[in-house]
Design a protein around this ligand. Structure first.
Ligand code: MIG
Length: 715
């Protein structure tokens, strides 16, 4: 097959751009990483017989394109119908794709990771996915092709070699990961160009970081945000008070309570229904005094309603999307609704300002952005709905996957302007969206399957630069059970964003919903979470700063170990904690694989030799936390909410190996700052190296620009 002119551009020694015609990336702006490539360090670029590109590194072929013809194209078939109500149409027309990028899968054992929030396992080989943000609430599983986020980044492992590919287009595209031909991975698009980034490196961490240098940096949230969030669709004022009261009475940690759509007046965004939440301002103030922040949901679509100020004011600046020049109307929660054109600066400014005013008026701490795929109850928005952005007309087909990003960006600006870190959460996202917001993975269900899925899903989001991500603990849809709720909290206890949330009409799943035993176990684990906050906060810092995932698959740290490449139910929390929770109903023990080295059971102190499987007992009130022998971990104690001003003492846990007399120590560099402002961007923070020697904690201040005084006590 004849191949058109194809260019290879070296961005640096780890990043190449291969293209026939470049995609227009102006709407999401990728970074320009430093161009430092020297001739000696360049990988060798060759051409296959058909003219396609292949790459050799250190004398080994690590990457090879493979031309694919038109007939290779998969069928567009959508496997749901339950969701018709929310406007998801079936379309099963066969399409021919303008762009077909083919990449050879060099071995039968090659693994493919990535693609953001897609369910349900780490390795996606053999499946097909579509990047088109969707809010379809049908049960998310491994054959489910589109979810809320379009993160066009994959990472491929062949033997000991790794590479990554990013497809930089916001138009719909399809990833056929060896479904139609087991030896070929294909990226198809009708409107995107033949253009992709290729990431090379010696390890998966190199690849992940190279990708992050292009799309990052991700959000760095407040320390408080890493506390526990309790939510439900939709708390009334009285219910919210009950939640806060019970948490306070029992010293059960809590940092945020969420108000879902019913707090609004007729689902009009930026209004409050005084019947549902009377004296909302007073409520927010009272909660704040108890250390609990309020997060309110905001949907993008605005009720089409004469006299409603948001509608009228945005209309005045012609700030809503149009179709053939006329205001485009679809339906969402408030009934007839219109879509803000966040692609325009004046519209963003308007929403930035009302967000600020709204939060100030009531004392709201954060905003939870939902329905920003954007969702539409009366069928999808036509591809030619117009967002007349600032510089050019943007049609919905290009805007769709970026809509959540532009909304999140708007919301986050409301915080940044006041030197505050954004407390913003989004459902929909594109590859670059983590720059502005934390995220959650939408409407899972109270199913054991979805508990299991939560781990690879959040690990994968972390590989893709979305560190501050989480799922609805306990499951959103359907009824949870006592055992499922307990195991879910245990399993997700180190998730960067930790929120219990459930849907209208489902069994309640607050910590006390299943009686005493559940309550006690819940308490034990929430307290454990809070103990680890100094550690988790530092991991978030390392993630933000260096692109190192904080919630990672084992292969990231042990890429040479074949055994770990498909472990979906164990997580590395940083480089030194391995968490292996029970994720199956009725299980009281589980197989735990520990990679090379020595590992210490956090609860019992028992030491294990790595490189093999163990069967470990885990009754209902326990989970498997294993710490690398010698590792130091900074903890805090006795806190039921996170206020960095009130943290004065760090407790130092040292994973002492009972068989080690030499006092092996793996130091830890604690990150500390004010926990809430953007001053860290100006270098106002501390880096404190913690070591253990002579039976006590030894401290070395590597950087002291914040100058926090902390006591360090060895446990
Ligand atoms: O169409 O606001 O994913 O967390 O509770 C459903 C109500 C709308 C979907 C979100 C969910 C939220 C719910 N929302």
């Amino acid at each position: 097959m004849k191949i058109k002119e194809r260019y290879v551009e070296f961005v640096n020694e780890n990043i190449l751009r291969i293209y026939e015609k470049k995609n227009d990336t102006s709407l999401f702006g990728l970074n320009e990483p430093e161009r430092n490539v020297t001739v000696e360090k360049r990988p060798a670029v060759g051409r296959n017989a058909d003219g396609s590109i292949c790459i050799r590194r250190n004398g080994v072929t690590v990457f090879s394109e493979k031309a694919v013809d038109k007939d290779h194209a998969p069928e567009e078939k959508v496997n749901f119908d339950i969701a018709f109500k929310e406007g998801h149409k079936k379309s099963d027309n066969r399409r021919s794709y303008k762009t077909r990028i083919g990449i050879a899968l060099l071995g039968e054992e090659d693994k493919i990771y990535g693609l953001g929030d897609k369910a349900a396992f780490l390795n996606r080989r053999g499946y097909e996915y579509v990047s088109k943000n969707s809010d379809d609430p049908t049960q998310h599983n491994e054959t489910y092709r589109s979810l809320y986020k379009s993160v066009n980044f994959i990472m491929v492992n062949h033997d000991r070699t790794w590479y990554g590919v990013f497809y930089p287009s916001s138009y719909e595209c399809t990833f056929d990961l060896g479904k139609h031909d087991p030896d070929i991975l294909c990226i198809y698009s009708d409107k995107g160009e033949y253009d992709y980034y290729l990431f090379l490196g010696d390890s998966p961490l190199d690849i992940v970081r190279a990708y992050y240098s292009l799309v990052g940096p991700g959000i760095f949230t407040t320390m408080k945000f890493m506390g526990y969030h309790q939510s439900r669709w939709s708390y009334t004022d009285a219910e919210a008070h009950e939640v806060v009261r019970r948490h306070a009475e029992e010293d059960l940690p809590l940092d945020f309570i969420h108000f879902d759509i019913d707090y609004m007046d007729g689902y009009r965004v930026y209004t409050v229904n005084e019947n549902y939440v009377p004296e909302f301002k007073k409520t927010c103030e009272e909660f704040k005094k108890q250390g609990v922040g309020v997060i309110t949901i905001i949907d993008p679509a605005v009720k089409k309603d004469k006299g409603y100020s948001v509608y009228e004011e945005v209309k005045k600046i012609r700030g809503f999307a149009t179709l053939k020049g006329k205001e485009y109307v679809n339906e969402v929660w408030p009934g007839d609704a219109v879509y803000p054109d966040y692609f325009r600066k004046d519209v963003r400014d308007y929403f930035k300002n009302i967000t600020k005013k709204f939060m100030e008026k009531y004392g709201i701490t954060g905003i939870w952005g939902d329905m920003n795929e954007p969702a539409s109850f009366k069928g999808p928005l036509p591809e030619d709905v117009e967002f007349p952005g600032d510089e050019r007309m943007i049609l919905h087909d290009e805007a769709h996957n970026l809509y959540g990003e532009y909304m999140s960006r708007t919301l986050s600006e409301s915080f940044r302007e006041e030197n505050k870190r954004p407390t913003v959460i989004t459902r929909a996202a594109f590859a670059t969206t983590a720059r502005y917001t934390a995220s959650w993975n939408g409407d899972n269900q109270s199913l054991w399957d979805h508990l299991r899925t939560s781990l690879p899903q959040v690990m994968t989001m972390n590989l893709c630069g979305f560190f501050m991500n989480g799922v609805d603990v306990g499951g959103f849809g359907n009824d949870t059970t006592k055992e499922l709720l307990i195991r879910w909290l245990e399993a997700d206890i180190f998730m960067p964003y930790l929120r219990n949330h459930s849907a209208l009409g489902t069994k309640r799943q607050e910590p006390w919903s299943f009686g005493c035993e559940t309550y006690e176990i819940y308490k034990k684990f929430l307290r454990l979470r809070y103990e680890f906050i100094p550690y988790l906060y530092t991991l978030q810092w390392q993630a933000y700063k260096y692109g190192t995932p904080m919630f990672a698959p084992l292969f990231l740290y042990y890429p040479g170990d074949e055994r770990v490449k498909e472990i979906n139910d164990e997580v590395m929390v940083g480089d030194r904690i391995l968490h292996a929770p029970v994720v199956d109903q009725g299980e009281k023990r589980r197989v735990v694989y520990l990679p090379e080295g020595r590992w210490i059971d956090y609860f019992t102190g028992k030491a294990y030799d790595g490189g093999r499987d163990y069967i470990v007992d885990m009754p209902i009130d326990s989970t498997g936390i294993f710490v690398k022998a010698g590792a130091v971990i900074p903890l805090m104690k006795g806190k039921t909410y996170v206020d960095p001003k009130e943290i004065n003492e760090i407790f130092v846990y040292h994973a002492k190996d009972p068989e080690d007399r030499g006092d092996i120590c793996l130091p830890f560099d604690l990150h500390w700052d004010d926990g809430e402002s953007l001053d860290y961007e100006k270098g106002v923070y501390d880096t404190i190296r913690i070591k253990v020697g002579n039976g006590k904690a030894e401290i070395e201040r590597l950087k002291n620009d914040f100058g926090k005084e902390l006591r360090f006590t060895l446990l």
